[in-house]
Design a protein around this ligand. Sequence first.
Ligand code: SF4
Length: 572
Amino acid sequence: MADAASHQQELPLPFPELSGDQPLLPARMVNEFVYCPRLAYLEWVQGEWDDSADTVHGRHVHRRTDRPGGALPDGEDEPERIHARSITLSSNRLGLIARMDLVEGQGRVVVPVDYKRGKRPHVAKGAYDPERVQLCVQGLLLREHGYTCDEGVLYFAGSRERVRVEFDQELETLTRSAINGLRMVAAAGRIPEPLEDSPKCPRCSLVGICLPDEVNFLRGREATQLRPIAVSRDEAVPVYVQANKASVRKKGDNLEVTVDDQVKARPRIREVSQVVLMGNIYMTTPTLHELLRRGITVSWHSFGGWFLGHSQGTGHGNVELRVAQYRGHDEEQVCLRLARGLVRAKILNSRTLLRRNWRDGSAPRDLLSELKQLADQSRHASGLQSLLGVEGAAASAYFRNFDSLIRKGSDDKASLQFEFSGRNRRPPTDPVNALLSYTYSLLVRTWTVTLSSVGFDPYLGFYHQPRYGRPALSLDLMEPFRPLIADSTVLTAINNGEVRPSDFRTVGNAVSLSPDGRKRLIGVYERRLAQEITHPLFGYRLSYRRLLELQARLLARFLLGEMPDYPNFTTR
Ligand code: SF4
């Protein structure tokens, strides 16, 4: 074995020494870059992360090695065997950092051992290049710190096998070129292209963020075979707490909701996507910390359901996306193009709702063709003002006829009379308007949380102009979904008899929902979000909840210049 000093002389620097604020490159990112340059870019430059079954299992495999134990020797002549776990080494000279699962050896001669979930692959070099390169980065760092390190070991937990990896010239060259490649790609500030029809994608934890097949398809690569990979993730669900003076506490791996010291619910935290607190609810600080740590949003509402704000970890690190959003907002043509598409989709989806839910027979043809014409006009609107006019005309035609979608008392299920003669708000003056307003506020919150989790600033829109406290981007993106999710929820709640006249209270001329009525309406709303539909462009099935995230991610891909247009969602 060569000594440490000779190795340091042999090793050309990947880069000149880093200045103080340049980030060190983690060994894991070099692995990702060799697997797929786009994956490394998404994670390292854009700060994206998502768990997959593989990453969760990987953490389980690492649970022992992640616990620090033992230490690397300091002195020259320490004869004892080394067995040091979870060691982090970095070097400004190399611009690298790595956490090593295990370092074994004796004296100054060491071997890094990297734990991998899964079985040893039967390939020529004993392991795939991404893992070999990651291990080699660890070797480079150990040498940099004065150790002799000519080989490493990959331990495959699935088959309990150790594979020896020699740090030969070929592997070092591959490793250095990956390090240089990633730094160059990051400095260029342009995300690498998605892979095409690659078997790597379905295994990739970021497939639902990267959207390789969807991006390729929307760029006109019609031959792209879309795989339902963007929708494979298990879905956690929101927890709503609205009982007056309820408290929410973390108890082990659960959230415990109590009212007057009585436990009312105990959902598992890992099955919670967000916590929605309505009114005077108490949440302990350790609970809030745990939820923030796990990236679970807590949204705060007034007792009446008014969205006050949300608490959300340290925020998303994707600065590139927010810059692209601000840039798009400043470009009149981008705003107009997006606004036209959103309004058109809203009108078409409203038309579909009328067509599908007309109470007595079919919706009038002249109404449907009026809405179709308005949808066509929205495509060619010359500016945001004229688009507002088109949207207003469509909304007026739609709400003029909304009562025809409501079952009346003589119908089997609807024992109640709900009348609707037009849209009003602030405050709503009848039960149907109270239901619509409340459901729109739920939809705004859902979009705000979704957009924030994707990395957008929900307060800067393209169609809705910025105004203090108004989540303009949420209002933009919810337009096509008002009929599909909110109005449809209201119709289901009424027509199935899930809300009743006794669920409303009148103060002055303001009508609002009682807590019980709200609870049932929220139940219908959440059922609607969980409902699966077939995506008209991509052909796979997904829930509305997942669809909102998909749309937000597609908007991100458009604003980042990866796709020629933002594809709005319309149903037939
Ligand atoms: S989904 Fe495919 S293209 Fe996208 S980052 Fe993962 S491996 Fe790369």
